[in-house]
Design a protein around this ligand. Structure first.
Ligand code: SF4
Length: 346
């Protein structure tokens, strides 16, 4: 059985024709899933009963099952726990901010990058998600928003996993999320975050997709970076930055560098000065993220004054910075806190 949400409209048209159906039925099916927010084949009432039966025998929809939704105290962050067809579990986060409805999707079960501060990477990679398993996170959250008359407006690939290590499925999912006949989410509103898989950054730059790219930098030099992101040993920091420059040249999208501040590790004055030198003359923003505690990790968040000093040093040297206000800490939905879930849902 194939997963319905891995199919583009063109692929569904081809399937309809190959299965003795009119190709316009594919448009109706696509509309049911992405626009009319049907939760199952049964709800697709302008498709005949025999066609719905045929679809049911060929395609799975939905492919992932919602197990639990947690809401933060301020009600601005919701964390969704999904069960995949093989009973593995991943999470997504919905962030409500003004008019924005941003979904942070997972792209893998576990993560190969094993960043020192992150819950997701602690057990390494278990498997890649399919394009459908990525897309359905957004489709089902859209369903959740339907009674409020709202829909997902932005997508960030910042949940569990390193998106560029699941390249084909991630690119396909972006194409599906962007499809004008479907969710029609602008490429400008889709952001991919990577620890810096150099060859895949170059490849992404050549795609027709002009999505925003964020580099998880987290250090001002290769020595510290290797400690924070073990995966970064494969990719010297200079090569990663050159790849980001190439992405900027090709797409003209602004570049963002994420920098998780860890007390005593990468938060000294000298680190801020070194970082400013490293990024000198780049058209970029540095997003400072004070570390979010993860159970079992012996790491600390710097004091507020230290964070402010770090930021001031960058700004004095004309590096544009933001200090990300962390949402969803009370439900472990903040950056780096999504973990492999094995416990049964409450
Ligand atoms: S921070 Fe991102 S890239 Fe690093 S281990 Fe966690 S999920 Fe993977």
């Amino acid at each position: 059985m194939q997963q319905l949400c891995s199919f583009s409209l063109e692929e569904l048209k081809a399937w309809m024709e190959a299965n003795g159906e009119k190709s316009f039925r594919a448009g109706q099916l696509f509309e049911w899933v992405y626009v009319k927010r049907a939760s199952s084949f049964d709800a697709m009432t302008n498709l005949s009963v025999p066609l719905r039966e045929k679809l049911r025998t060929h395609f799975s929809y939905p492919s992932i099952k919602q197990l639990r939704v947690l809401e933060s105290e301020d009600k601005e962050t919701l964390k969704f726990l999904w069960e995949l067809p093989d009973q593995k579990r991943v999470e997504s986060v919905l962030i409500l901010s003004g008019d924005r409805r941003t979904v942070c999707v997972s792209s893998q079960v576990g993560c190969p990058a094993r960043c020192a501060f992150c819950a997701s990477g602690r057990e390494g990679l278990m498997r890649n998600l399919s394009a459908a398993e990525i897309v359905e996170q957004v489709v089902h959250i859209n369903l959740h928003l339907a009674p409020l008359g709202e829909r997902v407006s932005h997508i960030v690939f910042m949940g569990m996993g390193e998106p560029l290590e699941n390249y084909e499925a991630v690119v396909k999912s972006i194409q599906l999320l962007h499809a004008p006949e479907g969710l029609n989410i602008s490429q400008r509103r889709i952001t991919v975050s990577t620890v810096g898989v150099v060859e895949q950054i170059h490849r992404l730059a050549k795609e027709e997709l002009k999505v925003n790219l964020v580099l998880s930098l987290h250090a001002p030099n290769q020595h510290i970076r290797k400690k924070i992101i073990p995966y970064a040993r494969k990719y010297p920091i200079e090569e990663v930055l050159l790849a980001m420059d190439a992405y900027f040249e090709e797409t003209k999208r602004d570049i963002t560098f994420e920098y998780t501040l860890l007390a005593g590790i990468n938060d000294y004055r000298t680190h801020a000065e070194e970082l400013a030198m490293l990024l000198k003359d780049k058209q970029c923003t540095v997003n400072l993220i004070p570390y979010n505690p993860v159970d079992g990790l012996n790491l600390r968040r710097p004091e507020k004054e230290k964070i402010e000093e770090f930021r001031a040093i960058l700004e004095e040297r004309n590096i544009n910075t933001t200090w990300r206000y962390t949402k969803g800490k009370d439900i472990a939905a903040a950056c780096g806190q999504l973990a492999l879930q094995r416990v049964p849902p409450q």
